[in-house]
Write a protein that binds this ligand. Structure first.
Ligand SMILES: Cc1cc2nc3c(=O)[nH]c(=O)nc-3n(C[C@H](O)[C@H](O)[C@H](O)COP(=O)(O)OP(=O)(O)OC[C@H]3O[C@@H](n4cnc5c(N)ncnc54)[C@H](O)[C@@H]3O)c2cc1C
Length: 580
């Protein structure tokens, strides 16, 4: 049943209590409750996503980021290497979590990313080869809405056709598509074509795959949760925040943590629920460490300074935050075929919306660029420690878009036509943290992604901007006569481009790594390789926090995949336990 107030819960004991109905949480809830003998409570701080068009239209996804009722409204701490700027740091706060508000790029990460997870955890189950079946299990790869011929645009043999999620290819052509493809022919050394970046080798220019099957957002809520809301063994509690996990006993010196304290507001009554087997934290890379710290699981010195008594001293909780810095640069172009008109002309936007509403076709079915590139820039790292996982992982990302795009809040200029290129540092060397501001669970945590604190990331971003300019100078783009726009106009030397990046970069909103898994000898690894909290019984974490390194990828597909494996691990351990 669906509840919206903890006071209304009929039961207070379940086999599993899952905190966070986001990307990973809904996978776990779905797979565990598939066994009708297993009872599951899924708790979500946000509300219901169902029937909200703002969440469904791919093209206008960014407008959700100003809808305070669907997000956590976080900002970063002042970023010293971004000249002290504070960056908006959005997370989804609604069924589906960030999969309900993200930009829907669907990328699995690289073979080297996953093989590195296996290496650093000593668990071959995280290797690319072992995780690949879960990648297939996630998907029902869907024909694009315009039914165009997709041969040469992806490799169907490496995709699934029975999973809950609906990735697809672009469903509306962009006039940039042919230019991008032609670039891969005239300059294949710099811009090689990659038939399918979801093969394990991510390098090259490729067609975007996105979770927009049938022209609407496909999220963990639409794919994994709504179809199973009728299961009698699953209760879903929305508009309710977990404020602490609670120690419910001990086994020798090991605390048993099978309680969760819930509240639906700062002054709402606290309600406690218990798990017979496990509490599973799926609150994301910001809120999972926050909740652990609030519960006394963290660095004992930091906890003491906030008056929180330590249940488990685990210095890695909240550390190792990794994210991808993003920068949107615009060039003015000689073209009358860009999408800039949509944001300037309400009548045109209304017509396109009507087309989407009536037939789920037209420009609104896609998220932005139709092709993008992941590239390696080895010269930047020569003689330095390359932060990427290996040759199949990119250093930088380049997404050309046929319109003016700004992540700094700048509106589309009143005149002119624009091409934007979004660049990202996709194997960053910088590290940050999530810490508590206070012991109040309703206080915002301190989020410090540490953007550009490692100079290698600035150099990579400068390299990505230079590569973008080079792209626009190749033959297929020449007639556009692209001219740098805005702050980019006055940045030509490496030092000026670095300063431009420091003044303009923001986040891809891919925080990961804050509750990392690892070996028993790694003191900073909070979890063992089966995602159990070390030093506790009954507590596990499954979400973006668990990655020891950020995948060189948009992270939703890797998160779905690790959640699928985690569900299998939990089920097998449950049956072992039941069999004991
Ligand atoms: C704007 C934006 C664009 C993005 N674009 C892309 C993209 O194009 N492609 C891609 O692959 N990735 C993208 N991402 C990243 C991706 O969506 C996230 O990495 C991923 O969804 C995180 O999954 P998760 O399970 O770790 O957390 P989430 O999906 O964020 O789930 C956490 C859930 O826990 C809930 N919660 C938190 N604290 C509590 C609490 N105390 N009690 C109860 N519930 C709680 C939250 O409300 C949320 O629903 C984007 C993210 C954002 C924000």
């Amino acid at each position: 049943a669906l509840y919206s107030n903890p006071a209304g819960l009929v039961k207070h004991e379940y086999d599993f209590v899952i905190v966070g109905a986001g990307t990973a949480g809904n996978v776990i809830a779905n797979r565990l409750s598939a066994d009708s003998n297993v009872s599951v409570l899924l708790v979500e701080a946000g509300g219901n996503d169902a029937g909200l068009p703002a969440l469904q239209i791919p093209f206008t996804a960014s407008t959700v980021l100003s809808n305070a009722s669907l997000i956590w409204n976080y900002t970063t701490s002042p970023q010293k290497a971004l000249n002290g700027r504070v960056i908006a740091y959005q997370r989804g706060r609604v069924l589906g979590g960030s999969s309900s508000i993200n930009f829907m790029f669907y990328t699995r990460g690289s073979r080297d990313d996953f093989d590195r997870f296996a290496d650093v955890t000593g668990d071959s189950g995280w290797s690319w080869g072992s995780i690949f079946p879960y990648m297939l299990k996630i998907e029902n790869f869907t024909t694009p809405v315009d039914h165009h011929n997709t041969s040469g645009q992806f490799n169907p043999s490496i995709h699934g056709d029975r999973g809950p999620l609906r990735p697809t290819l672009p469903g509306f052509p962009s006039s940039l598509d042919q230019r991008v493809l032609a670039t891969t022919k005239v300059d294949p050394e710099r811009f090689p074509f990659n038939l399918d970046v979801n093969s394990g080798n991510t390098i090259g220019m490729t067609w975007v795959q996105s979770t927009t099957g049938n022209g609407v957002r496909s999220s963990s809520a639409t794919g994994y949760l709504h179809p199973i809301l009728g299961r009698p063994n699953l209760d879903v509690l929305i508009d309710t925040q977990a404020t602490r996990v609670l120690q419910t006993g001990s086994r020798g010196s090991i605390p048993i943590v099978r309680g969760v304290e819930l509240a639906n507001g700062v002054s709402g009554p606290r309600v406690t629920v218990h798990a017979h087997h496990e509490v599973i934290l799926c609150a994301g890379a910001v809120n999972t460490p926050q909740l652990m710290l609030l519960s006394g699981i963290g660095n004992k010195h930091d906890l003491a300074s906030l008056g929180i008594s330590t249940v488990i001293h685990s210095p890695g909780v909240g550390q190792n935050l990794q994210d991808h810095p993003l920068l949107a640069s615009a060039w003015s172009v000689n073209s009358n075929d860009t999408l800039d008109g949509i944001s300037r002309n309400a009548t045109l936007a209304g017509e396109i919306l009507e087309q989407w509403e009536t037939s789920k076709t037209g420009p609104f079915v896609d998220t932005g660029g139709n092709l993008f590139a992941w590239l390696r820039l080895p010269s930047i790292f020569s003689g330095k420690r390359d932060p990427s996982a290996g040759p199949t992982s990119a250093h930088v990302e380049i997404i050309p878009a046929n319109e003016f795009i700004s992540f700094s809040g700048d509106p589309t200029p009143a005149n002119g036509s624009y091409v934007s290129i979004i660049t990202g540092v996709i194997s960053p060397a910088s590290r940050g943290s999530v810490t508590l501001r206070s012991a109040n669970p309703f206080d915002t945590p301190v989020i410090d992604p540490g953007f550009f604190t490692n100079e290698l990331d600035v150099a990579a971003m400068v390299g990505a901007i230079r590569t973008s300019s080079a792209l626009l100078e190749t033959g297929p783009w020449k007639d556009l006569a692209a001219r740098p726009f805005g702050l980019l106009e006055n940045a030509t030397t490496d030092a000026e481009l670095a300063e431009y990046a420091r003044n303009s970069a923001s986040s891809f909103w891919h925080p990961t790594g804050t509750v990392k898994m690892g070996t028993s000898s790694d003191e900073m690894a909070v979890l063992d390789s089966k995602l159990r909290v070390k030093g506790a019984e009954g507590l596990r974490v499954v979400d973006a926090s668990v990655f020891p390194f950020i995948p060189a990828s948009h992270p939703q597909a890797p998160i779905y995949a690790i959640a699928e494996r985690a569900a299998d691990i939990i089920r097998s351990q449950l049956y072992e336990r039941v069999g004991e």
